[in-house]
Design a protein around this ligand. Structure first.
Ligand SMILES: [Zn+2]
Length: 328
């Protein structure tokens, strides 16, 4: 074993009886290949029953893709031993320390894939690493359910429910967030009432209790209202601020349209009324000043909408909100 093989044995994190016995560069293909071997005469624990010191029965050649060494794709080659167990009688393949069983990637490669998957789509990872996206999906399919199985949802009491469309449109998914700590709890396809049922089942499977959820923040869709009533029975529903203000804006525009026939001065004022007053242009400030002297219904609708906005911004209790609402 030369100095470069012992260096790479360390670089790959290998320990006895495993070591790198040869390193081959393929400059043209930009690849580096590591031959890894176990020390002849080594004995291994039985993968079935755990009995120690079983002799090697035979070996099977295998290859794993590893993290790149600079611009070189890296591959580990090894003959994987099987032991014929003297205790349980089974013949089984010994797990290797650098890869999980059945995977064509090393564990460090898997870890890199997982880290990338937090930041970018699977197709992008596949292109970046020059492997098929089906292989990336297999890594995620292995680790994501395993990691989710460890999640503890026992303290979840406030849930935010949102729909979002996939990038290509038409396919909707529903996202469930823990509003207390701002983490994503669950996602599933669709935007109907059954999504809440699926979430409640998942919550239960992770130590949570649908009956312990006392608050749900949703948009105004009938499906979510029905789903929460049925599957999160103790949750008080709060409508998302954005959707409520949107309704007030729609009502305001309805008032303006009705009034513009009698009051032509209201023409071309639509965006001024709908915009947050803090972002008005100079022209819009002037326009508002002129129009507010005319005692218009639209002006009153606007003040009601602004009050609603203020309530969302400043009130922290129902009593405070009611007081703000009465004072205008
Ligand atoms: Zn055994």
């Amino acid at each position: 074993m030369g100095p470069e093989t012992s260096l790479f044995t360390m670089a790959l994190g290998l320990q006895a009886p495993w070591s790198v016995t040869d390193v081959r560069f393929d400059a043209q293909r930009k690849e580096i290949h590591f031959d890894v071997r176990f020390k002849p005469g080594s004995r291994f624990a039985c993968p079935s029953c755990g009995a120690a010191d079983q002799p090697v029965h035979d070996t099977r050649p295998r290859t794993w893709e590893h993290l790149r060494f600079f611009e070189h794709k890296a591959f580990i080659h090894a003959a994987v031993p099987r032991v014929a167990c003297s205790q349980c009688g089974k013949t089984g393949q010994v797990p290797v320390p650098w890869a999980r069983s059945g995977s064509g990637f090393s564990q460090l490669f898997d870890a890199f894939v997982i880290a990338l998957a937090r930041e970018m789509p699977v197709k992008t990872i596949a292109d970046l690493l020059e492997v098929g996206d089906d292989r990336i999906w297999r890594v995620l399919d292995h680790y994501v359910p395993a990691a989710r199985a460890l999640e503890d949802f026992s303290d979840v009491t406030a849930v935010g429910i949102d729909e979002t469309a996939s990038r290509r449109g038409h396919n909707y998914i529903t996202l469930f967030h823990d509003l207390d700590v701002g983490r994503l709890l669950f996602a599933c396809e669709g935007r109907d009432a059954d999504t809440v049922k699926t979430f409640a089942e998942d919550l239960r499977a992770h130590g949570g209790d649908p009956d312990a959820v006392t608050a749900a923040c949703i948009d105004m869709s009938r499906a979510y209202i029905a789903g929460v009533a049925r599957h999160l029975p103790n949750a008080a529903i709060t409508f998302d601020r954005f959707h409520v203000i949107q309704l007030a804006n729609a009502a305001l525009e309805e008032v303006r349209r009705a009034e513009v026939r009698e009051k032509p001065a209201l023409k071309n004022s639509r965006w001024m009324w709908l915009k947050d007053k803090h972002s008005w242009t100079k022209r819009q400030i002037h326009q508002h000043h002129e129009l507010s002297r005319m005692h218009l219904k639209t002006g009153r609708a606007f003040r009601l909408k602004e009050t609603l906005r203020d309530i969302f911004t400043t009130a922290t209790t129902r009593a405070e909100a009611e007081e703000l609402g009465m004072s205008r």
